[in-house]
Design a protein around this ligand. Structure first.
Ligand SMILES: [Ca+2]
Length: 468
């Protein structure tokens, strides 16, 4: 009996796993959108050689790693709104952490909402949208877009034990209150990310065969740089070398990086301060990675890999000392490029793609795999061709915007070789990634034809209209 059963399963399985054309509706894969906050990209040597991320490595073996994936705005709320709307920040009009998506786009059908309205169970844990609203429950629900995007959404806090720090300090002497690290007492579940993993795992078990869209939004490695002490113990205090800019670094325009109170505080940091910050960022990354592992274990346990589209994404990149900057919100590669791994049903694992992709491509990708029509004109394109062939290109440029108040903004375009940034005050930056992957030398003056061509390319995306 058992033999026949297995034989039949073997026969039926390939048929069930065959891709269906969009709109036929025969296949409703689950969608697991896992986000990390402020995680810089791990496509390069950073995580392979420096940070211990066995579970990101495990997912890489199952999926396709995108080594050139770019956010449309390198700050939490604008990036997440862009991703969830499938539209550029120029189109959403959201360029800060204070504007609510629905205040600018009341009728937008968000990515989870697209699935939810088509019959998927949709639940969010932790930070998928920017967590605004303070302590007011009704305001928080608005920020989480409960009822529209999700059937339910929850955020989490550290327990009293997890709030106790065994070691730690603010490396700016309190000048920047967020710039603190701490090796916490207690275990993983005393921190929000442990609880987010536990809740995600429980929901996966509870939903069974109903199609679902789960948002699992980890809070780390975002500041404050706190993780259970065991993750700090992975990195002996003197084992990590902080970044040093080269002596011949071209100074950037003042609005590009290194501005305000942050820069004043960073200028006072010594090597020891940088080392402690970097160690804490690595500890937070390994902590987040361990929680990711618990969620991947649940996919193993319930045998869901063949019917789940798994996306792991960061919300933007992060400077860990490059140009004496410890943060995001710049138009440099370190801030615009972010992690992206996709493991899709029917697609090969262990693939690495150098194709240029943008985070606005996620919405049409999910719509494609779920067999759903885009509810509005997409700013991006489905990544299916790249998942089928990692050498395939779906676009020749990726675009990122930053605003510096109502009167100044910058737009940046990344091509296969170059990054070109044009500020609204006319200043330009050009970096040659073939020769200068860390963007240390602005070569705009020496390459007027490239500047002209990429300046023209910037006109292919909708204009930014401040205050819209
Ligand atoms: Ca963020």
């Amino acid at each position: 009996m058992k033999t026949i059963h297995l034989f039949l399963a073997g026969l039926l399985f390939p048929l069930a796993a065959m891709p269906t054309a969009a709109g036929e509706g025969a296949s409703k894969p689950n969608v697991l959108l896992i986000m990390a906050d402020d995680l810089r990209d791990y496509g390069g040597a950073f995580t392979r050689d420096v940070v211990k991320t066995p579970n990101l490595d495990r997912l890489r073996a199952r999926g396709t790693t995108f080594e050139r994936a770019y956010v449309q705005y390198p700050v939490c709320n604008p990036s997440r709104c862009s991703m969830m709307a499938g539209l550029r920040a120029e189109q959403t009009g959201i360029v800060n952490n204070t504007d609510l998506l629905r205040s600018k786009m009341p009728g937008i059908v968000t990515l989870p909402q697209l699935c939810k309205d088509a019959g998927w169970q949709a639940h969010a844990f932790g930070k998928i949208y920017h967590l605004g609203g303070g302590k007011d429950a009704a305001e928080k629900a608005k920020w989480a877009d409960v009822g529209r995007s999700w059937h339910s959404a929850r955020d989490y806090r550290a327990t009293r034990t997890g709030g106790k720090l065994i070691e730690g300090r603010n490396v700016t002497g309190g000048e920047l209150d967020w710039c603190a690290w701490g090796a916490a007492d207690g275990g993983d579940d005393d921190q929000p990310d442990g609880q987010i993993a536990a809740a995600t795992v429980a929901m996966i078990g509870q939903l069974g065969d109903k199609p679902w869209f789960i948002g699992c939004g980890f809070m780390k490695p975002h500041d404050p740089f706190i993780a259970p002490k065991k993750y700090f113990d992975l990195y002996p205090p003197d084992s990590l070398k902080p970044w040093r800019d080269p002596a011949d670094l071209t100074p950037a325009p003042p609005q590009a990086v290194g501005f305000g109170a942050y820069a004043e505080a960073f200028a006072k940091l010594n090597d020891q301060d940088w080392r402690e910050l970097f160690r804490a960022y690595c500890a937070g990354t390994s902590f987040m990675d361990a929680q990711l592992g618990r969620v991947l274990d649940a996919l193993d346990k319930h045998r869901l890999w063949d019917k789940t589209l798994v996306i792991v994404v960061g919300d933007h990149g992060y400077h860990t000392g490059e140009r004496k900057w410890w943060n995001k919100n710049t138009l440099f590669e370190r801030s615009c490029r972010a992690p992206l791994i996709i493991a899709a049903p029917g697609m090969k694992g262990g693939q690495v793609s150098r194709s240029l992709v943008e985070f606005v491509d996620l919405y049409p990708t999910v719509a494609d795999f779920c067999g759903l029509e885009m509810p509005h004109a997409a700013a991006g394109k489905s990544l299916r061709p790249v998942l089928e062939d990692p050498a395939a290109a779906i676009k020749d440029a990726a675009f990122t915007l930053v605003a510096r108040g109502p009167k100044l903004h910058g737009r940046s375009v990344r091509s296969a070789r170059w990054r070109f940034t044009l500020w609204s005050d006319g200043q330009t930056e050009l970096y040659d990634h073939d020769r200068d992957p860390e963007e240390n030398h602005n070569v705009a003056k020496a390459n007027p034809e490239v500047v002209a061509a990429l300046g023209e390319k910037l006109k292919s995306v909708p204009p930014y209209e401040p205050g819209r």
